[in-house]
Design a binder for this molecule. Structure first.
Ligand code: WT7
Length: 706
């Protein structure tokens, strides 16, 4: 249904106007079904609600326990759920040692350096075991670290990162990896918040053909942490090239140590894995809230590991003979769960790539896939869009064959999904669109690849043992098939859920549970739905379509428009590679939409394309959403993880401050866009107006990315 301007529609605040049309189903290929880990529909019954929570025994049984647990789920202190209570295990043992007997010589990790002339390196389970033990010995003896201490990593995508994680896990030390692309200051804030006195970093790494000076950030991080009251007494510096220092910053005497110089002291040392309670924290993963202190999401040992092992088995469909490549950064939860812990718990071969997708050209990922015989490929829509933009014909040039592909991290536009399916997957691969969050440890929404058909743009139903629901502002269920959107919530706890926000238990309860809690005294989990903060629609078939963060909605004259559906409409225009919708303050209509687009190579900006973009919104959504302006730009401001920083372009569109741009992958683009947009606005007579504090706050908070 397309809305006409002026149509009377009453939309409650919780409802986001939904104009998306239903997409067709795609069946999984027969060849995939024939080999899938979950091909018998009885699995759906095993994980049905009447078997909850005992159904998760099936996931826990994928692990080796030192002491078996006695209580599957303890709800006595809601919403601080406890899984597999009484159980003891070690995550490092589960990901490394237990695979030695049968698979000592199998590659645990295959590392692809960015420079193409540098050799790809396989780390066997045997080598991983040795290196994890030696580094654990160093953490214990050289750094004096103990079970329960926190250690911050600021590491790039090299094998030293999973080695360091597993070394901590061996000792029950809580690791906190900060994404390598984050600034030293951001890292320092997380060091302080977690109370780490050891920082593990690397001198440099390759990115887009350049050896980046990374150690410089460690010095900033240490001083930022000090300003916030946390002293760092040791900085361990791995060297990207052994014995050769690649940073221009001096090493600080008595504080900084080259790991390759200290490690030989621990050669051949073995460290007993510490048997940890299932409920012991395994790691922290920081995520930005829209305001304030970063949130250190605390993940457990037993529940988390069981959950990522189970979902890796059934949703990633990893078999012993697969070569599995999750093209994400381990600095994000995706990498923790689905490069390191999930695949290694299953004894799989996990590929890691150091660099950017398009270096030295857009054929690189497909060369890697061909060279290594990758069978399972996992990445984010932003990467798919980038590869579609810069190398639409590249996949066909390479002889790889994927059986399975994943998309994760944001809603994927159906147009982009179809390119992924047809061109990247060559029509042979099944796709799972996995919806989840840093907080949730593992997948929440996805199709079971052999048993449930795919539907472009929808993640699918709740995953095994996870029962989502869409609620309105008052907590009423928005019926499936009603075409109405609301807030997606998970009705039940699941083993991968984070335990708390490090040091901020009140904020944990407030942010995720307070809104829909039916009775704060109740110890029945039914009274404590998990509030995810995403808008979603549930179709009649029980599939969920995620509209994006609730904060990403643009309210035009009372119609709440999801940015994603606006962008999806624009992606139907042939010339468009990427699109981002932002709100502009408007006297009459509250907010109006401005649309930023970048074009595929070979097209140049023209008023004709601008009109096509506006026309696509008219026809797909309605005139109400017609953008005030369409800005064709060379590129969007993006974070290093590839998410478009909407608050930056929203700032530009509103003549407001764009805020901190230091975490952008391409900060130079901001001035170009500002110049282009402001000069055209001024030409057309649009003048900056004074914004209220509320309006400024809204712009600043637009989009979750920070
Ligand atoms: C937010 C979480 C999931 C790990 C990486 C991102 C959005 C995530 C999907 C998807 C639609 C998605 C949601 C969610 N999101 N996956 N498949 N379809 N939206 O983790 O940084 O914590 O972000 O990403 O809005 O709330 P994150």
């Amino acid at each position: 249904m397309a809305l006409e301007e002026g149509t009377e529609v009453s939309v409650s605040e919780a409802q986001i106007a939904v104009h998306w049309r239903e997409e067709e189903y795609y069946a999984p290929p027969a060849k995939f079904i024939g080999q899938a880990n979950a091909s018998d529909p009885s699995i759906l019954a095993r994980f049905a609600e009447d078997n909850f929570p005992e159904c998760f025994k099936e996931y826990a049984d994928l692990l080796t326990w030192d002491t078996y647990w006695h209580t599957t789920l303890d709800t006595s202190d809601p919403p601080f759920w406890k899984w597999f209570v009484g159980g003891r295990l070690n995550a490092s043992y589960n990901c490394v040692d237990r695979h030695l007997a049968a698979n000592r010589n199998k590659a645990a990790l295959i590392w692809v350096p960015e420079p193409e002339e540098e050799e790809t390196r396989a780390v066997t389970y045997q080598e991983l075991h040795r290196r994890v033990n030696e580094f654990a010995a160093l953490l214990q003896d050289f750094c004096g670290l103990q079970t329960g201490d926190r250690v911050t990593f600021h590491l790039p995508m090299t094998p030293e990162l999973p080695i360091a994680m597993l070394a901590c896990a061996r000792l029950g030390i809580i690791h906190s990896q900060v994404f390598g692309g984050f600034s030293g200051t951001a890292c320092g804030g997380r060091i302080a918040d977690s109370g780490s006195r050891v920082l593990v970093t690397m001198d440099g790494y390759y990115r887009n053909g350049e050896l980046v000076d990374h150690k410089a950030k460690a010095d900033e991080a240490v001083s930022a942490a000090r300003e916030q009251g946390q002293e760092v007494d040791k900085v361990l510096v791995w060297r990207r090239h052994h014995g050769r220092y690649s940073s221009r910053t001096p090493m600080v005497e008595g504080r900084d140590f080259f790991v390759d110089e200290v490690l030989p002291r621990y050669r051949g040392r073995s460290v007993e894995p510490v048997s940890m309670p299932a409920e012991a924290p395994l790691f922290l993963m920081y995520t930005s809230g829209t305001t304030g202190r970063p949130k250190g999401c605390q993940h457990s040992t037993g529940g988390y590991l069981a959950y990522v092992a189970g979902t890796s088995r059934y949703y990633q469909d990893i078999h012993p003979e697969d070569t599995y490549w999750c093209f994400a950064d381990i600095g994000w939860i995706t990498g923790h769960s689905y490069i390191v812990y999930g695949p290694l718990a299953l004894g799989a071969t996990s590929v890691m790539y150091e660099g950017v997708p398009t270096y030295p050209d857009a054929g690189r990922p497909w060369r890697i896939a061909e060279d290594l015989g990758v069978t399972i490929f996992h990445t984010a829509p932003t990467t798919v869009r980038m590869l579609r933009k810069t190398g639409p014909d590249e996949p066909a040039k390479y002889g790889y064959h994927f059986k399975h592909m994943t998309t994760v991290g944001e809603p994927i536009e159906p147009e982009v999904w179809r390119w992924y399916h047809q061109t990247v997957g060559k029509g042979e691969a099944v796709i799972v669109d996995t919806w989840w969050q840093t907080e949730t440890g593992g997948f929440l929404g996805s199709t079971l690849p052999a048993l449930q058909p795919m539907k472009p743009g929808s993640c699918g139903p709740g995953v095994l043992g996870v029962y989502p629901t869409v609620l309105d502002e008052d907590g009423n269920v928005v019926e499936a098939g009603s075409g109405k959107a609301g807030n997606i919530c998970i009705r039940n706890p699941w083993p991968g859920i984070f335990q708390t926000i490090w040091g901020q238990p009140e904020r944990f309860v407030d942010t995720y549970y307070r809104k829909y809690c039916r009775d704060e005294k109740s110890t029945d989990w039914h009274d404590w739905p998990y509030f995810a903060g995403d808008g979603a629609v549930e179709a009649a078939d029980g599939y969920f379509r995620i509209l994006g963060r609730i904060d990403d909605v643009i309210n035009v004259a009372g119609h709440r428009l999801g940015t994603k559906e606006l962008e999806s409409a624009v992606l139907t225009v042939e010339e468009v590679a990427e699109a981002a919708a932002v709100p502009v303050m408007d006297e009459l209509r509250g907010r109006v939409v401005e649309m930023y687009v970048s074009l595929k190579p070979g097209y140049t900006a023209s008023t004709e394309i601008e009109q096509k973009v506006a026309g696509a919104i008219d026809s797909e959504i309605g005139k109400i959403a017609r953008p005030k302006n369409v800005w064709i730009v060379a590129d969007m401001p993006k974070t290093r993880s590839g998410k478009i920083m909407r608050r930056v372009i929203a700032g530009i569109s509103n003549f407001a401050d764009v805020g901190d741009v230091s975490t952008l992958a391409n900060p130079e683009i901001v001035e170009d866009i500002r110049h282009h947009v402001h000069s055209r606005k001024v030409e057309s007579g649009e003048l900056p107006r004074e914004l209220t504090a509320e309006e400024l706050a809204e712009i600043k908070a637009f989009g979750r990315t920070d």
